[in-house]
Ligand binder design. Sequence first.
Ligand SMILES: CC(C)(C)[C@H](NC(=O)Nc1cc(F)cc(F)c1)C(=O)N(CC(=O)NO)CC1CCCC1
Ligand SMILES: [Zn+2]
Length: 189
Amino acid sequence: MILMKDIVRDDQEGTVLRDYAAKVSFPLTEEEQQLAKDLMEYLEISQDEELAEKYGLRAGVGLAAPQVNVSKQMAAVLVPSDDEEDDTPIFKDVIINPVIISESVQMGALTEGEGCLSVDRDIAGYVPRHDRITLKYQDVQGETHKVRLKHYPAIVCQHEIDHLHGVLFYDHINKDNPFEAPEGTVFFG
Ligand SMILES: CC(C)(C)[C@H](NC(=O)Nc1cc(F)cc(F)c1)C(=O)N(CC(=O)NO)CC1CCCC1
Ligand SMILES: [Zn+2]
């Protein structure tokens, strides 16, 4: 089970957090299958208030393999439902070798800015991302998926794919004016 102590932080030396992760080949090894399970299990447990409290976990919507110091192109995403009538997650999958194959010109950003499980400090500023993307990825069975995402799920997937390229959210914040955003940016959250 992944705990906070297993999540590498950006101020630690000698981690793979800033590396470009390696593509994953199929079929997955036992170890890679276990990693995929562990990444998703972290998100599930962390989104359960009682369990998150019990294990001291920050509630997460995405967790990439490099964050547990494994430089492989794999990330779990669990965007919970925002509809109390239906608790089906908006997006839930382990995305392997993800590629954004198209993206909107229009940008989107969270009004509150972003944080990261691997960053222990608050860093203010807008993180402009594409508001809509078409994402191609393989699941743990090696099946290829092509999904169109917009707004929050699109933000989460771009944040996680960044991790696979050694990029952190604050790399995108405008140094001169952190609350600068491109013309037409959609703000939400
Ligand atoms: C950094 C942290 C604040 C822990 C953030 N959590 C989060 O957004 N919580 C959350 C949101 C919900 F909508 C429902 C819910 F159950 C919990 C997060 O997991 N990430 C993922 C991360 O760090 N991945 O590496 C940061 C988000 C910033 C924008 C996208 C992901
Ligand atoms: Zn992160």
